[in-house]
Design a protein around this ligand. Sequence first.
Ligand SMILES: Nc1ncnc2c1ncn2[C@@H]1O[C@H](COP(=O)(O)OP(=O)(O)O)[C@@H](O)[C@H]1O
Ligand SMILES: [Mg+2]
Length: 322
Amino acid sequence: MTLLNVENLSVTLATSSGSAQAVRNLAFNLDIGEILGIAGESGSGKTMTALGLMRLLPHKGFATGSILFDGKNLLAESNKAYRDIRGNQISMIFQDPMTSLHPMIKIETQLTEHIRHHKKISQEAAHIRALELLNTVKIPDPASALEAMPKQFSGGMRQRIAIAVALACDPKLLIADEPTTALDVTVQAGILRLLDQLRREKNLAVMVITHDLGVLSSLTDRIMIMYAGSEVESGLTSDILKNPRHPYTKGLISALPTSDLSGKTLKTIEGMPPELGKIPSGCAFHPRCSYSRDPCALEIPQAVQISAKHRIFCPVNPLVNS
Ligand SMILES: Nc1ncnc2c1ncn2[C@@H]1O[C@H](COP(=O)(O)OP(=O)(O)O)[C@@H](O)[C@H]1O
Ligand SMILES: [Mg+2]
């Protein structure tokens, strides 16, 4: 069952040289209980996509298009109605868990205030719910943890507490923006396992945003790859990782560290993603693409369907038959 249906989403931001589109004509779906990964180099518009959904864009930023969530068009909701949706039905966690936690306020107060802001329940019921939430995110000794301050916890534990805050009102959708980027590899795996467990136990839909495709390999059902604000390829995780068709996706995958110790140096994609306001014409990737031909600078790529759930946006489409 579809929970989220995004069509034609564009996000416009104010820059020093005028307004520019950080997200361009994005379209994607998310089912109940599904995990979608959104990947791409830094600056590709992943965070602005998430902030557009959350209606938390920077000053003077705005989103256009259609975001249908659980049957409601989110962009048409009033600010007041949206305040109830945000944190209640859609929650977000960030790379730095301290974005959602106050350093000097007891965990119990932060959790119970959040719960009671959205739900009319007693302090005692909120306390029980807070204990339950810390249990869900596997914080050892939840009763003592409630008495502590965020600064007393490690980065991984803080991220678990931020997830507990995000889950406080049983949201249907959790957006996780680079949730493990600031953590050690071993701690990363635990957070990813927790997200997977939440999907299975609570039927939670999760959008995991990362610049590191490796993070998504064992977690997501589907992946969408973004470049310069647009989708370049999307499909089932196994199709994207084993059979990438867009030259940009191929580049990202060949830059992933492999487990073999052949000593081969990693291939990175030459050049840099474009700055906002300086996005190349046609296919935005064409100046960095080794397959680039004449049409690439002129034609805005249209979707080419490779299979039912796999598509690429590439005017030359060089890898379709590879
Ligand atoms: N507050 C802002 N004002 C203007 N431009 C911004 C702002 N935040 C991000 N950008 C620009 O918007 C584009 C998309 O950024 P972002 O969504 O943060 O990328 P990602 O999350 O994929 O790294 C980038 O070019 C970035 O420099
Ligand atoms: Mg980001």
